[in-house]
Design a protein around this ligand. Structure first.
Ligand code: IPE
Ligand code: IPE
Ligand code: MG
Length: 231
């Protein structure tokens, strides 16, 4: 079976999962952390080299303050609890996004975990935090202009642009999974998903565990990627 090199997931449906159980939305986020753990394990087992997760979008800052705070707390807890598991499994941890909007405390914890797992080579786990695709393209354009000057920017090729995006060095996703039945990109990896295979499922994120992850890999294996050519 052909295994995708890079699997990306828009983890959606935590709030609806909790609501269906008569609980607060945050309960769904707590349960969602278990799905992150399960999918990370499943990805390592399958031989996936990059697993990336859309954990918090730039637009998610517009949610009620209490929910935003709880999500940031959960991130802190997960970072604290998962150090050993990540290291034992050879997983390098990377956070990408507009990190200037995160608290100093969270940024310090992220930096610490990134440094501790920097030498891990089995798989890279990328967590997108305070990320948006339009923001990424804009910051890339600004950095390219600052580095190359306005004349230099005129010579920029499509392939050169990749290294200004926050995902520089990471291959584009082969497979993008979105849970919870929504079929939209919600300002995620806009540039990087040019030829990505999409997989939509009605399963809500807290219910998306190893069997569901493996089913997505199987679906990917049956896709015919043509990249505009004739086969
Ligand atoms: C995904 O679940 C988690 C984040 C976006 C942070 P939601 O919180 O969006 O859950 P629904 O979509 O409202 O059910
Ligand atoms: C997308 O989910 C963002 C993340 C999963 C982090 P949302 O729940 O924020 O997306 P919309 O609002 O349904 O498009
Ligand atoms: Mg949602």
């Amino acid at each position: 079976m052909e295994v995708p090199v890079h699997v990306s997931i828009i983890m959606d449906g935590n709030g609806r999962w909790a609501k269906a159980r008569g609980r607060e939305r945050v309960y769904g986020h707590v349960e969602g952390v278990e799905s992150v753990r399960a999918c990370t394990e499943a990805a390592v087992e399958a031989g996936v080299k990059y697993l990336s997760l859309y954990a918090f979008s730039e637009e998610n800052w517009n949610r009620p303050e209490a929910e935003v705070n709880r999500l940031m707390e959960l991130m802190m807890e997960a970072i604290r609890n998962e150090v050993k598991t990540l290291m034992d499994n050879g997983v390098r941890f990377v956070v990408l996004g507009n990190r200037g909007r995160l608290s100093d405390k969270l940024n310090a914890a992220i930096d610490n975990l990134m440094e501790m797992t920097a030498g891990c080579t089995r798989m890279t786990l990328v967590v997108f935090l305070s990320y948006s695709g339009k923001w990424d393209i804009l910051q890339a354009m600004k950095r390219a202009a600052a580095e190359k000057g306005s004349d230099g920017v005129q010579d920029l090729e499509i392939g050169d642009f990749d290294r200004y995006l926050v995902t520089a060095g990471i291959p584009d996703p082969d497979l993008l999974i979105r849970t919870s039945g929504e079929q939209r990109i919600s300002n995620y990896l806009l540039w990087q998903c040019a030829y990505t295979e999409f997989y939509f499922t009605d399963v809500l994120w807290p219910d998306f565990r190893k069997p569901e992850f493996r089913a997505a890999l199987e679906a990917y294996a049956s896709r015919d990627r043509r990249y505009g050519k004739v086969k």
